[in-house]
Design a protein around this ligand. Structure first.
Ligand code: NCD
Length: 306
């Protein structure tokens, strides 16, 4: 079992929790390869998928994870709910809790919502992304993907590229990768750097790291959260921070490219790289992240509810 009732951020996970999640993921990964992809582990439990923000992979990933463990899962989208009729989040939650759910997965566009809700309910809460704050299950699936490729973490060189100020994925990844002893470089123009990143190694162009990293982590441009003028233009962004074929070819043998999805094709990563075939395609692990994400979420549901 995990040391805390809920999974709200990476900071509150200790090393034992992280190891437990990684080792349990191995066995849950195996279930998805079977003919009958289902085990009775969480039969009789009800998971509530409470999404106030759009999502494809995270929402479906939690849904499939719960179903493969035989839990019942209810999907809630704010856009189709009484929230539209003016009901508050807290009243919506009270309604849900009266129906005796066992766990709440929540995504919300405001930072801190998951923790606020956790203080209010007596069932476990999993943060599936809150504003610009945290996305712990993304970081854990990223870590598992790295484990599958490299075996160990210590000393691995990871360059994280893009918009830091608006990215919950960056915040969760950095704190998890640091805990595991990885060597992190941030690649970002100053306008995308929050003040609290000053302790980290910073570079301003992707060319400064491309030949020297094991992991190139491309963040998604958070267009929906940016309330300022875009870095001077998309053309400039691609020129200094985008991944194109020339740069992909310059990466070290054995190195990998990650992205949390959804990719803005032609912004963070070119079409050509996204569709590359042959040997070079082995470097792009974006689909592996999704596959492993499902198993990681099965492991987390099991460790919280099992
Ligand atoms: C991320 C998210 O929504 O935070 N996507 C995801 O969960 N797979 C990353 C992003 O949208 O930038």
């Amino acid at each position: 079992m995990l040391s805390k009732k809920s999974l709200l951020d990476i900071e509150s996970l200790d090393l034992e929790d992280i190891k437990l999640i990684l080792s349990n993921t191995d066995s849950f990964l195996e279930i998805s390869k079977r003919e009958v992809k289902k085990v009775p582990t969480l039969r009789g439990k009800t998971v509530f998928n409470l999404f106030f923000e759009v999502s494809t992979r995270t929402k479906t990933s939690f849904e499939i994870a719960a179903k493969r463990l035989s839990a019942d899962i209810i999907n809630f989208s704010a856009a189709n709910s009484s929230i539209k009729k003016g009901e508050s989040v807290v009243d919506t939650l009270k309604t849900i809790l009266s129906m005796k759910v066992d766990l709440i997965v929540i995504r919300h566009s405001d930072s801190g919502t998951a923790r606020m809700i956790d203080g209010f309910v007596n069932v476990p809460v999993i943060n599936a992304g809150d504003g610009k704050h945290q996305h712990p299950t993304q970081a854990l699936l990223d870590l598992y993907t790295i484990k599958k490729r490299f075996g160990d973490f210590k000393g691995l060189k990871v360059a994280i590229v893009g918009d830091f100020i608006d990215s919950r994925v960056a915040r969760s990844d950095i704190s998890l990768f640091e805990k595991m002893g990885m060597d992190i470089t941030i690649v970002s123009p100053a306008m995308f750097l929050p003040e609290d990143f000053s302790e980290l190694k910073v570079r301003y162009q992707i060319d400064d790291v491309i030949e020297d990293c094991d992991i190139l982590y491309m963040l998604r441009m958070q267009f929906e959260r940016q309330d300022r003028k875009f870095y001077p233009s998309i053309m400039e962004y691609k020129r200094f921070l985008g991944l194109d074929m020339g740069r992909l070819k310059r990466m070290r043998p054995g190195s990998i490219v990650m992205h949390p999805g959804p990719v803005n094709r032609g912004v963070e990563i070119s079409d050509e790289v996204m569709d590359v075939g042959g040997k070079l395609a082995e470097r792009i692990v974006i689909e592996e992240q999704v596959t492993y994400g499902l198993a990681v979420r099965m492991a987390i549901l099991y460790l919280i509810l099992g």
